[in-house]
Design a protein around this ligand. Structure first.
Ligand SMILES: *[C@@H]1O[C@H](CO)[C@@H](O)[C@H](O)[C@H]1NC(C)=O
Ligand SMILES: *[C@@H]1O[C@H](CO)[C@@H](O)[C@H](O)[C@H]1NC(C)=O
Ligand SMILES: *[C@@H]1O[C@H](CO)[C@@H](O)[C@H](O)[C@H]1NC(C)=O
Length: 587
């Protein structure tokens, strides 16, 4: 931790808002490899040559550690291949709940991927955390070789789904599924299926009530080919396969028989009619609903332009994703030609569908699909219609430079008095977490962004029970999602903050709970997230000019060679403090 970071962390510490687990020097944590285990009240974190198990309640108290380094001979071999010393170690890249008692972990193993099971027990009190030595085996095809390689995995019904570069030279990017018997994957060297992919996220989403129709979705970027066959534009894709896909019998053996992909659009219309596209996917957050079939999907994007750097968050609904996969297939004469919708007859059962009752095909396995279906899906993996975001525009847009990179996204759904709000937590490369709400105005078809807080921590990773867990190479921070009392001691301060977690209860600014959550909670709560109208809301309560949003002017006199304190931090981010120096003589 550099000194600057220590200082800002200290701020949060003193507010008792953050607890930090600081790793030992040299333990490079892999912030991408964190697994939240709420039943066991644990947060597991992969690291270089290590795995950590942290307590959710007290992240910095009595953690457990497994040391899992590469052997001397593996390191030697790695160095002989010309790799650098720091790369020749075991970086944990995959960490998944294997069953109720064990985790599956895979590491790069000094460019020799390795997997093993970790015993974790079933109760928080078990306090078990150990590597089952007899389970350690090759992790080829389940973990990248290169510590810098991005991969995404998800474990479902005992099978590991993973988007990964499977080879030493990082030529073979593939979407794979592994269980003890079979290995199913995308076609090798098929640029139409995957072209230089960068894997970001994977998630299982049921289609309907028939588990045979469950689908695994992969979010990634890839290169689009132009007419000369060279690659140029980057596109963000969502691809999917059936969880019960067994591949074909004569063709597509051990290959997906259901793989299709479509493009995710995140763009803003320009004044000149040319849209600005945010094509580089940085992160995806899948916000689960009570209805498991329809989570909301939040994407954090950046531009690919070298000149103009901007960021956007777009939201996608599963109805729109499914409509794209149910729409026309795309076709083109040759790579690089224009895509057109495929308008001829589509074989039955529809290519990309699962062998299930819902499909009415009477097929018990994809191995029974007609060759014609398999040939079609192999030749037409791309959908013609892209997926448009909710409201056909980003909910958040950051176009001014500033040099700050937005890299991670987590989202909480909060019930406020005037409706539901999505609170976005956006992690940046300079260890800040931005807490933002976005408010859509139907009448004007515009989106208002309200920056609620800038929390100085590490990189955002994931969220648990009213806590944000933020990972970085050097530590993990646990941050409370709200600290209402910080907004001040007046009704108007609380209201102007517009934080959906907080409301004025007549005495203080405190956590807002919707009616019925706590029967004995104070009945009368004042909150107006949508408009922040303090005049109306705090009517009858004492308000001064400053709180009405009217500029308060204060003159401060300074004396030469002496110092004067000018306050510069307003209580709420909705306020601004400006100081002007008056030139010339005072009257
Ligand atoms: C933080 O917690 C400590 C110990 O519980 C307490 O003494 C201190 O007053 C708290 N600080 C704030 C700002 O609440
Ligand atoms: C989980 O898997 C491990 C390894 O296969 C096995 O030893 C263990 O019994 C399993 N646990 C349960 C609860 O099935
Ligand atoms: C210098 O500033 C301090 C603190 O602002 C103040 O207490 C002191 O009176 C000032 N001295 C003069 C000479 O104005």
């Amino acid at each position: 931790v550099n000194s600057e970071m220590t200082f800002v962390l200290l701020d949060l510490w003193q507010m008792n808002r953050t607890v930090v687990f600081q790793a030992q020097q040299g333990t490079l944590l892999q912030a991408q490899t964190m697994l939240l285990d709420e039943p066991n009240e644990r947060l597991y974190v992969g690291a270089k040559n290590r795995l950590l198990s942290l307590r959710l309640e007290h992240i910095n108290r009595d953690h457990k550690e497994i040391r899992w380094a590469s052997s001397e001979s593996q390191i030697e071999e790695c160095l002989m291949k010309g790799r650098e010393k720091p790369e020749c170690a075991n970086y944990i890249k995959v960490l998944q709940q294997y069953n109720s008692t064990h985790l599956l972990a895979c590491g790069t193993g000094a460019f020799n991927p390795t997997c093993g099971l970790l015993a974790v027990g079933t109760k928080a009190t078990d306090r078990l955390f150990s590597l089952a030595e007899e389970s350690v085996e090759s992790g080829r095809g389940r973990c990248p070789y290169d510590p810098n390689s991005l991969c995404t995995s998800t474990l479902y019904r005992g099978e590991l789904y993973i988007g990964v570069y499977t080879d030493y030279w990082e030529n073979d990017g593939a979407l794979c599924r592994l269980n003890s018997q079979t290995y199913t994957r995308t076609e090798r060297d098929d640029r139409q299926q995957l072209n230089q992919p960068k894997f970001i996220k994977s998630v299982v989403i049921p289609d309907n009530d028939d588990p045979e129709d469950d689908k695994v979705y992969f979010f990634f970027t890839e290169r689009e080919q132009n007419p000369e066959g060279e690659t140029k534009a980057v596109y963000t894709r969502v691809g999917r396969v059936c969880a019960n896909d067994q591949g074909g019998r004569r063709m597509l053996v051990n290959r997906w028989s259901s793989f299709l992909k479509t493009r995710l659009i995140c763009s803003v219309a320009g004044a000149n009619g040319i849209d600005t596209h945010f094509d580089e996917l940085e992160d995806i957050f899948v916000l689960q609903n009570k209805d498991q079939k329809n989570p909301e999907i939040f994407g954090l994007f950046s531009t690919t332009s070298a000149v103009f750097k901007g960021y956007a968050v777009c939201v996608y609904q599963m109805d729109d994703v499914r409509a794209s996969f149910n729409g026309p297939f795309a076709q083109r004469e040759r790579p690089g030609h224009h895509w057109t919708p495929y308008e001829d007859r589509v074989p039955y059962p529809r290519p990309g569908s699962c062998a299930s009752k819902m499909n009415g095909g009477g097929f018990s396995s994809s191995k029974e699909f007609p060759d014609e279906v398999l040939r079609f899906v192999r030749a037409h993996p791309v959908m013609y219609r892209a997926v448009q975001p909710l409201h056909r525009r980003p909910v958040l847009l950051q176009t001014q430079g500033g040099g700050r990179r937005l890299t991670q996204l987590a989202v909480d759904r909060v019930q406020a008095q005037d409706g539901h709000y999505h609170v976005l937590y956006i992690g940046t490369d300079d260890s800040v977490v931005l807490k933002v709400i976005t408010i859509y105005n139907k009448d004007t078809d515009t989106v208002e962004e309200v920056l609620l807080e800038e929390l100085q921590v590490f990189q955002v990773q994931m969220r648990g029970n009213q806590q944000l867990y933020v990972g970085s190479e050097v530590g993990v921070a646990q941050v409370r999602l709200h600290q209402c009392e910080l907004y001040g001691s007046q009704c108007a301060d609380c209201c102007l903050a517009r934080d959906p977690y907080c409301a004025w209860d007549g005495l203080t600014c405190s956590r807002y709970y919707p009616a019925g959550v706590y029967p004995k909670s104070r009945r009368f709560r004042r909150q107006d997230v949508r408009h922040g109208n303090a005049v109306q809301l705090c009517n009858g309560l004492q308000i001064d000019d400053q709180q009405l949003g009217v500029a308060e002017e204060r003159t401060v006199y300074g004396v030469e060679t002496n110092s004067t304190l000018l306050e510069c931090t307003p209580r709420s981010l909705q306020a601004r403090v400006l100081w002007f120096r008056q030139q010339g003589e005072l009257q």
